[in-house]
Write a protein that binds this ligand. Sequence first.
Ligand SMILES: Nc1ncnc2c1ncn2[C@@H]1O[C@H](COP(=O)(O)OP(=O)(O)OP(=O)(O)O)[C@@H](O)[C@H]1O
Length: 581
Amino acid sequence: MADQQKISMFWLLRYLKPVKGRIALLFILLLGTTGLQLINPQVIQRFIDEAAGSGGMAELLELAALFLVLAVVNQTMGVVVTYLGSDVSWRTTNRLRGDLLRHCLRLDMSFHNRKTPGEMIERIDGDVSSISNFFSMFIVQVIGSFVLLAGILGFMFTVNVPIAVVMTAFTLLSILGMMIIRNLGVQSSKNDREASATLFGLIEERIAGIEDVQANGHVPYVMNRFYRAMSSVFLKGRKAWMLRVVPWNVTVSLFTLAVTAVMLLGVRSYMLGEISLGMLYLIYQYTQMLNDPIERLGDQVQEFQKAKSGMLRSRELLSQQSDIQDGEDKQLPEGALSLEFDQVCFSYNKDKPVLQNISFSLKPGERLGIIGRTGSGKSSLSRVLLRLYNLDSGVIRIGGVDIAGLSLPALYRRVGMVTQDVQLFDGTLRDNLTLFNEKVDDEAIMETIEQLGLSPWILAQPEGLDTHLSASGSSLSAGEAQLFALARVFLAKPSLIVLDEPSSRLDAATEAMLQSGVDRLLRQSTGVIIAHRLATLEQVDKIMVVGDGRLLEFGSRKELAGNPSSHYARLLQSGREEELA
Ligand SMILES: Nc1ncnc2c1ncn2[C@@H]1O[C@H](COP(=O)(O)OP(=O)(O)OP(=O)(O)O)[C@@H](O)[C@H]1O
């Protein structure tokens, strides 16, 4: 645990570095307010003694004015300290949020398959929020509190040693107690954060599937799971809170004892004529003030426990390694790219093979149509081709280069894919087509759209390319979104294109219209088209039939069509596409 703590602190320092100037200023201001807090009671003490003695009105007014000025300056500095604290906290935590998101986006699909989006939101935002106080105030508050304590106790030793000894003993005991129990709540706070992440995951999953939940009458079941998750958050949250407030309760009890002892000693000294009335007030005031920094330290211990659980979880996430390691090769040959699968085996879970010994090759510019029954492994084939998963064994070569040794940006620059699930982003049609790349001009967009025969559709949108699309895609039909995804991938001019059921949601007329456009655009690249409808594959050069993760048939489309014993010919003859393979 101690080791882990050291790592956490060290690791966070890099986020504080860019704001070190602001932290220094924060620190100076805090020292200033601490000093003013110490001086103010002394002004009142002099005021009381002057008033009780023979002080003139002018002196009293001077002291009152000084008190007012100091109080206003103190308040103003307090506001600036709060502002600077929040500023530091936002700057640092936003950098951490950015790092976490960037890291997660690079993690492999196996990781993302295990996490719900809601859980990821909690990890990227929720955990970091719990660290924000640590960034803004922890160091400053802790040091400020110690300085204030030292100031009060130091001054008391010059006034009355027995009272100063009682105060010091109380302070040391309180701090010691907090040090001993400071880690008490860390694990429970971590459990609390985990429960909350699960709850968010559940809410997100259900809202994302709202149509299915409503249409299938799943509301009571969803509510039941929701209540159970909430109950877990409540129980774990309560335990974490209870363990966090223990240090605070310890200091409150000690403080009551200390105030009683100090007041008894103070009143006794006053009765014996050792101190003035003003000094008695000062002793009382300083005793009260002792509680403030100790309470602040207690608060910071609580915050630290919360922050530490967030730090541990964020650190854990940042240290997750992607299974997909970036390769060194940066170059692929110019023009359309060849494709070769050599004895490729792949599984999502080791106990269930999904692709078994797949070998085939395509020359640059050739087009392959893949057919096979539902669940036979067609989409998995395209996923491994784009290195979304690692192979169990075998090699995939694109343009003669093993993709395992190829850098991922180099791969994605030249290979494009349209999947069955089209993701839209919050932005205009143009943003979604260019993926926010401002270098792509409208002319290039319209040219591609024209070739795909989609310009009437784009022009029919209320504001053309400036039409706003919502991230959920509710503004487009599923078929429209597919057209859109096709335009998007062709705009990037890839040299190898994988189309996974690109027209599954289009009506026959729209598909026919699209077909010639796709054919034209595919002329500049090698194409892999996964299709359920045989009509989609009329223009391909090669056909592959997949069944149960195995390659059942591979060859020239024309030859297979002319061979009555081939799977493909039989499918063509029967016209029963549902019997694919
Ligand atoms: N993320 C995943 N995790 C675990 N198993 C998966 C995952 N995705 C797919 N599978 C399994 O892998 C097998 C092949 O799935 P794949 O999606 O490649 O089939 P497909 O031929 O593309 O099917 P469809 O025609 O329905 O799109 C199926 O048995 C499926 O259950």
